[in-house]
Structure formats: structure tokens, C-alpha cells
Design a protein around this ligand. Structure first.
Ligand code: ADP
Ligand code: MG
Length: 471
């Protein structure tokens, strides 16, 4: 059967969409056109060099996986990169580039794993592939109040793995707050500064799958033996071990052995150990032997520093007011913040526009819709302004006219109730007011609802327009 490039690519897209999430998919995969399929080489056209580099840096693994899925082990991917869009007279100018992960530093091992990855016969353990992303370092991990304890504990562990009392080190926190980055930074630091250490990063899911494979293939001996040789074991997202009894059993065994031998164990979880479900008590009690540190939502200063740092390292200049606007507007987590930055850069580079406040607002409008599901500050302001027959601009202005003040306070109240924005951020969106003004507004509205039945009913009606937001 002859496969055509469009249908092969469609199949690839299907798997990619599942793997990367909606927003990344729209930004990075929708704009791609498949252009030819020859000798198992699929060529796809991408809009710019930047785009190409981004795909190679961030999505090389998934691309490779889906290409192999679709075209078999011989399948390869090539890019046709649009260097100049051309015009009516001239065709676009493109160059072809192979698909190879340029972010792989030379010292890194090839990513492909050997057939039986667990056989260690005589190999130099420190040369094993640690499965670390070289970009996740302490240098690129911005310090702030939200992560100070976790970061400094992590740094101490990286300098003296297995020797400090932070063993195991357990980092927990919500999604996108930097757990994986931080624990990989520890791994990279150990590898870079201490010679001969066998460091391994593994997600709990991968660990589970490896274990199941080993069971199936009678390779449990090799599997345990491999893990027992590790000097620093980093195991990510241990909440996934919940309910997997046999995997927990072998992990318990590995944990004890490593711990007794002064080897370092580093773990992450999306919740504190006491809230982990389906984990055996004996394992949970082990987790408490060392140090548990959490990562919190980044505060405004940290968000600003993160944006500045990312932009600087990408060699992109963005104006102060844009940085401030973004930092105020996206206050959920760092992954989301990065997503917004990426889209912003992509918009700027695809449309050859300068990054300015206007573009930032436009970009955010598209995305914030996803982030905030139904209700955002803009929507609340618009609805309330209409209801009280005042102008949106007045809500943000200094005027102290009574009807405007009430509309403003009601809007702030709903922003607090129905969005994830912090008080500071809400104040910012109302003409740069202070967070105490927002607190005052919320209190006034509560007070008025207590004493004024009509007002309370009016508020109930308005509330129906703002579907409750799921966090
Ligand atoms: P988690 O594992 O907690 O879900 P990640 O470690 O994957 O989160 O972090 C999400 C993104 O945010 C990553 O790209 C990471 O580099 C970035 N990030 C998180 N914390 C920081 C930080 N303190 N400084 C710089 N980048 C950060
Ligand atoms: Mg993670």
C-alpha cells in the first residue's frame, strides 16, 4: 500500500495532539504542512528557522516516536524551513534540514536505549545515560520566596548527595511549579561537579513500565541490579505509584538498599506525602525520614524575573511594560507563563511584528480564554459595566462617583470570586489599584449584601452569568 504524506502526517498529528496538549498543538503543529514522503522520509514544511529550532528542542522525542509508529523503524523526518515567505513573484525560499536533536550536548549519550537497558556488565556506571535534560540547571532555575527552601535543600543535596540529612529529599507542589526542573537541576549538578556518580532520572510511570516489562521478560534480576547501583536516584511524580502494589514493593526494596548504602534519593509529588493515596504506610514513613519541601505559586517578582531570564537566554528583547503586563496577568503557574511567552514569540516571529503591549494583549486574549475557561477579568468588567450602565474605562479610572464606585467594587468582587487572579493582579486590571483596595471592595460588597436584600438578589442574578470556575 502506498502511503501518502498527508494521511501519514494526519496520523502523526493525532498522536501528537494527545501527547502535547491543545495549546502547544495549536501553536506548534497546526501551522505545519506535510510536503512529501519518499523512501520513508517524511518532509514537513515549517514557517521559520525559529520554529524549526523550537520543534527540535522541545518536541524531538514525540516526533521521532510518531514517525516510527507511522513509518516503522526506518522512518525519518526532514524539515523544509521557510526562510523567506516570498511574494506573488517569487516562490518562498526554503532550506531543508534533517531532524536531529541539536540540544543534545556532545557529552550526552545517545537517547536510544539498548535492548535490555539493565545489563551493566563491566560498563562505567557514570557513563550511563542519566535521562537528564541539560537545560534544567540551577542557573536557569530562578530563586524566589516561592521556592527558596526547596531550592537550597536541593542545592545542598547536589553538593553532597547521600551525606546530608535531606535523604530522601521530597519536593512537592502543584503542576507547572518547577518540580521536574529542580530535581533535574540537582541531577545535572551532581554529574557536572562530582565525577563518577551514577545519576538516574526516571518518572514513576516509566519506572512502573520498566518493572512490568522486566516481570514479563524474566529480567527482574537485571532490573533490580541496575537500580541498586545508582548513586543518586531521582524519581518524579511518585503519586503515580499509588495503588501499584508490586511496583511499590520493588521500589521499597530499592529505596532501603540505596538509603542504607548512603545513596541519595530524590522524589517529587504533586501533593504532600500525607495526602498521597494508595501508597503503603511503610513507604510513606520512609518518605518522612529526610526533608520534605514544597514549591509554591510564584509571586510577582519571581514571575518577572523568570520572564526576563527566559527572554534574555533566547536573545529576545521585550519591553518592560510587556513583561509587567504578562507577569500580572498570568499568575497560575510557570508552565502556563512559558506557554504564553512561546505563543507571543511565535506570533511575533510568524507575523514579523515587534513584541509590544498590543501584541501581548492580543496573544493573551486567545490563550487566557483557555486558562480561565469561561470567565476572565475582561468579561466580568464588560458584564458589570453593562449592567450598571457605566463605561468600562470608568471602572479603571479615578472617578469616585457613587454609581461608578459601586460598579467597580462589584466587578472586583466577582473577579475575586470567579477568577484565579491574585488581589494584586485584580487591582492592576482596575487602573493599577492597590491590593488593599480590592480587599476593601470585597468587604463592602459583602456588607451591602448583608444589609440590603434587593442588592443581594441583584448579585445572585449577576452571579449566574459567571459560571463557577473550576480550578
Ligand atoms: P512541574 O514538574 O512542577 O510540573 P516543571 O519543572 O515541568 O513543573 O516546570 C514547568 C516549566 O516552568 C519548565 O519549563 C521549567 O523550566 C519552568 N520553571 C519552573 N520553575 C522555574 C523557575 N524557578 N525558574 C525558571 N523556570 C522555571
Ligand atoms: Mg513534572
Amino acid at each position: 500500500m502506498v502511503k501518502d504524506c498527508q494521511s501519514v502526517w494526519n496520523n502523526c498529528l493525532h498522536s501528537i495532539k494527545e501527547g502535547v496538549g491543545e495549546q502547544s498543538y495549536n501553536t506548534w503543529f497546526s501551522p505545519i504542512d506535510p510536503i512529501k514522503l519518499e523512501n520513508n522520509v517524511l518532509t514537513i514544511q515549517v514557517p521559520s528557522q525559529f520554529f524549526y529550532e523550537w520543534l527540535e528542542e522541545h518536541y524531538v522525542h514525540i516526533l521521532r516516536k510518531v514517525i516510527h509508529q507511522e513509518l516503522g523503524p526506518e522512518g525519518r523526518l526532514e524539515y523544509s524551513v521557510i526562510v523567506d515567505k516570498g511574494n506573488e513573484k517569487y516562490k518562498p525560499f526554503t532550506i531543508n534540514l534533517p531532524n536531529n536533536n541539536k540540544s543534545n550536548k556532545p557529552k550526552e549519550q545517545p537517547r536510544e536505549e539498548p535492548l535490555n537497558p539493565f545489563v551493566l556488565n563491566g560498563v562505567d556506571l557514570s557513563q550511563q545515560n542519566s535521562q537528564l535534560n541539560p537545560n534544567y540547571t540551577f542557573d536557569t532555575f530562578i530563586e524566589g520566596d516561592c521556592n527558596r527552601l526547596a531550592r537550597s535543600a536541593g542545592y545542598a543535596v547536589a553538593k553532597k548527595p547521600g551525606i546530608t540529612s535531606f535523604n530522601p529529599l521530597m519536593i512537592y507542589g502543584g503542576v507547572g511549579l518547577g518540580k521536574t526542573h529542580l530535581v533535574q537541576a540537582i541531577g545535572n549538578e551532581i554529574k557536572d561537579t562530582l565525577n563518577g556518580k551514577f545519576v538516574l532520572y526516571v518518572s514513576s510511570e516509566k519506572f512502573t513500565n520498566q518493572f512490568i516489562d522486566a516481570l514479563r521478560n524474566n529480567k527482574i534480576q537485571d532490573f533490580s541490579n541496575y537500580y541498586l547501583h545508582i548513586d543518586a536516584l531521582i524519581i518524579d511524580d511518585v503519586q503515580f505509584l499509588g495503588g501499584k502494589e508490586r511496583t511499590q514493593e520493588i521500589f521499597f526494596h530499592i529505596f532501603n538498599h540505596l538509603h542504607q548504602n548512603g545513596k541519595q534519593i530524590i522524589m517529587t509529588s504533586d501533593r504532600p506525602p500525607r495526602d498521597l493515596k494508595g501508597l503503603e504506610d511503610r513507604l510513606l514513613s520512609r518518605f518522612k525520614w529526610g526533608l520534605t519541601a514544597d514549591l509554591q505559586q510564584p509571586d510577582l517578582e519571581t514571575r518577572i524575573a523568570i520572564i526576563q531570564n527566559k527572554m534574555e537566554s533566547d536573545g529576545i528583547h521585550i519591553p518592560e511594560d510587556v513583561i509587567e503586563y504578562l507577569a500580572y496577568s498570568v499568575d497560575t503557574n510557570i508552565r502556563e507563563l512559558e506557554g504564553v511567552l512561546i505563543s507571543l514569540i511565535a506570533h511575533a516571529s510568524l507575523n514579523r511584528k515587534e513584541i509590544d503591549l498590543e501584541l501581548a494583549k492580543q496573544t493573551l486574549k486567545n490563550i487566557v480564554h483557555d486558562i480561565e475557561s469561561e470567565v476572565g477579568i475582561d468579561f466580568i468588567q464588560k458584564t458589570i459595566a453593562e449592567h450598571f450602565a457605566v463605561k468600562i474605562d470608568d471602572l479603571k479610572a479615578k472617578t469616585r462617583k457613587k454609581e461608578i464606585v459601586i460598579a467597580r467594587q462589584v466587578s472586583m468582587f466577582f473577579c475575586k470570586e470567579h477568577t484565579n487572579h491574585s488581589l494584586k493582579s485584580i487591582g492592576y486590571h482596575f487602573g493599577g489599584r492597590d491590593h488593599s483596595t480590592v480587599i476593601h471592595a470585597v468587604q463592602s460588597v459583602n456588607d451591602m449584601m448583608q444589609v440590603d436584600k434587593r442588592f443581594r438578589e441583584e448579585m445572585e442574578e449577576l452571579k449566574k452569568r459567571f459560571k463557577m470556575k473550576k480550578v
